[in-house]
Structures are given as C-alpha cells and as structure tokens.
Ligand binder design. Sequence first.
Ligand SMILES: *[C@@H]1O[C@H](CO)[C@@H](O)[C@H](O)[C@H]1NC(C)=O
Ligand SMILES: *[C@@H]1O[C@H](CO)[C@@H](O)[C@H](O)[C@H]1NC(C)=O
Ligand SMILES: *[C@@H]1O[C@H](CO)[C@@H](O)[C@H](O)[C@H]1NC(C)=O
Length: 372
Amino acid sequence: MVACKMLFPRITPRRVALCLVVATAIAILYVWNPGAKKTRPLKRSFPQIIDETSTKHSPGGSKLLLGNCTGQPTHVLLTADSAMLGGMIAAVNSIHLNAKCPVKFHLVTTTDCAKHLRTWIQATSLSKIDYELLVFNKRLVTGMIKLRGGREELSRPIVYARFFVPTLLPDLQGRVVYVDSDVIVQGDIGELNKTRIRRGHAVAVSEDCNSVSKRFSHIQNNYQNYINFKNPSIKRLKMSPLACSFNPGVFAMDITTWKQTNMTLKIQHWLQLNTWQEVYGTGIAGGAAQPPMMIALYKRFSLLNPMWNVRHLGMRYKKMYSDQFISRAKLIHWDGPTKPWDGGAQFSKIWDKYYIPDPTGQFKVARRYGTV
Ligand SMILES: *[C@@H]1O[C@H](CO)[C@@H](O)[C@H](O)[C@H]1NC(C)=O
Ligand SMILES: *[C@@H]1O[C@H](CO)[C@@H](O)[C@H](O)[C@H]1NC(C)=O
Ligand SMILES: *[C@@H]1O[C@H](CO)[C@@H](O)[C@H](O)[C@H]1NC(C)=O
C-alpha cells in the first residue's frame, strides 16, 4: 500500500481498487508458490553437522594454506573415462581451491584419455597441482560386469576402478579419499580424510537413510532394493533386507584394513557370481558398482558426515534443496543420469564456477540454451 501511495500520489477509487487487485495477486503467488516452500532453509534438520566456519570458498582466488598441516598430503583418488573427463577436471579444481593443506591427486583414467587429461592439466591453472596419472587396466574386470536393466553407462569398466585402490596405489599406506567425478567439493578435503573410521572397518561412507537422503522417498534406500534375497549365496549371509544401503560415490578408505579384510577379492567374487546367477541388478535401483560393495561391506562400514555427500542432484526431479543448504554442503553430488556438463542439471552454476574449459576442445559442455 505504501508503494501504491508513492506511485499514485493522487488517490482515486479506481487506483485504490487496482492496487488492491495487484497486491492480492502478489500475495497469492507468494503463498502458493511451490518452489518457495520447498526451498526453505533446512538448517533446523542439520544443526549438528553444519560447520559454519569452513563453508566459504573463492574459486579463482589466491591459494592460502591455513590449516595445521602435517608433512603428509591428503591422498585423493578420482576416476574418469572420456565421458566424465570434464567432471574430473571440475572436481579436482574444487578440491584444490578449497583445501587448506596439500593434496596429492591420483587420477585414474583409460589408455585413450591419458594424453588428453595430461594436456588439460598442464595447459591450464591446474598445472600447479600435485598429481599422478594412472591408467586403469580394464582386464581387471573383464567378464565381471553384468547389468540387468538400469543405466547402460554404468557398465563402463572405469566405474569399477574404485575397487582396486590398493592395486592402483601399491605403495600407499593409511588413508585415501575417493570421490566420483560428478561432484564439487566445497569443504576442506582434509576434513574428509580425517573422518573417523572404526577399527576393523575399511571405509566410511554415507548411508541412504540419513535425513539428507531420506527425503527422496522414491529413491531406493535399503538392501532389498538392490540385492536378490532369494539367491542362495545371499541367503547364506543372513543379511537384513531392510538394512540401509549406502552411496559408493564418496568414501574415506583405510587401505591397510581394506587389504587385511580382502575387500577387493570379496567384491570380485560377487561381481563374478552375478554374471551367471542373479545376485543383484534387477530392482528399480539397478545395479552396477553399488550392490557388490554393499554385500562385501555389510555392517562393516563407518559413517560419513552426510554433508560430505549431498546427493541426487543428477536425478530428474524438481530442485529439492534450498540454495542456502547447498551452499553449506561440503560436497555436492550429481549422481543420476543428468550431469552438470550435459545441460539441464540443477545447481549447474556452481559446477560452472569450477570447470576449466578443455584446451583441446574435445570435451563439450552443453547448456540448455545452446553450447558454451
Ligand atoms: C593449529 O594448532 C594450534 C595448536 O594445536 C592451535 O592453537 C591453532 O588454533 C591451530 N590452527 C588452526 C588454523 O587450526
Ligand atoms: C588423514 O587422516 C589420517 C587418519 O585420521 C591421518 O592419520 C592423516 O594424518 C591424515 N592426513 C592428512 C594429510 O591430514
Ligand atoms: C585374506 O586372504 C588370504 C589369502 O587368500 C587369507 O589367508 C586370509 O585369511 C584372508 N583374510 C580374511 C580376513 O578373510
């Protein structure tokens, strides 16, 4: 009404009526807007896990090492083939820019991508990072991949490279952090490295039943959604079908325990068995790297702070997190079919801030209104 008075200093009944109509329309839109309701800040649900002090990031800003750094760098492993290479670049850049202490990157790719990746790093601002390039020997999983429905792209051998961390890094002891290439890290990766992993556990992962992911009730979140409990070998394990599943896309690993508990062998066993028996991969959730890891690690994993894997950004849903919540997330993850470089993904503006265009022009980033 104040705005009306300013616009129409001379009040006439017609003008008052017009103002009332406009004000009512605005009020109705405001109350009714479903987007506004959904994007309410989520602060109340996550008081214990939000660390306000380490959420600022300044991509492109100068690099300051602020932490109490030990002599050792944090070891971070990522994997990508040609389809994901640009994702890996953006993820690495985000880790690099937001880390408080030195990081050593172990970048695993395919034979045909190695040269391309090296050029991309050497010819750009990433030339400053400490990294090694590793080629994944796809023979390690030859004849072990069988999908029954689900997303065909999950049958690419590189998807399974994460199971072979001790093979890829034979000299490394202690901790390594693995992140998928469809993430952006906004927190200090050193914090993820220091996650508590209980004695006897090989990894810390994020469960699907925590408050962040449970809101997506249509996303499968327990073992029976992924695994065939009628299979005799599965029956013998006496796992609970209702046990909470976890996301295999972000984990802190204790390499020593992983080796001691023969985790790679165990996972390979389930991969292999699944090619000739129906062990997993029939449900809505499909099955690729997740079910064999879930079986091998059943009840033997520690939990990550959920803010270190805020996920489902690649699912084709309406925006379900508020901007404020996403800005506080330590790691955001476009798991699902829609990737931020393919156009149409939510929060792809954040991804764009960290992406470094391919100097060779091979990797194309699509945007809804054309290609950039
Ligand atoms: C570094 O460690 C010292 C002593 O342990 C502590 O007083 C200081 O606050 C720490 N600094 C940071 C940035 O964590
Ligand atoms: C990573 O975490 C482990 C376990 O807490 C710790 O021993 C190691 O020093 C950490 N590395 C760095 C670089 O902080
Ligand atoms: C791991 O495998 C080795 C060799 O096959 C075996 O001797 C050892 O008992 C296994 N350890 C565990 C914890 O399964």
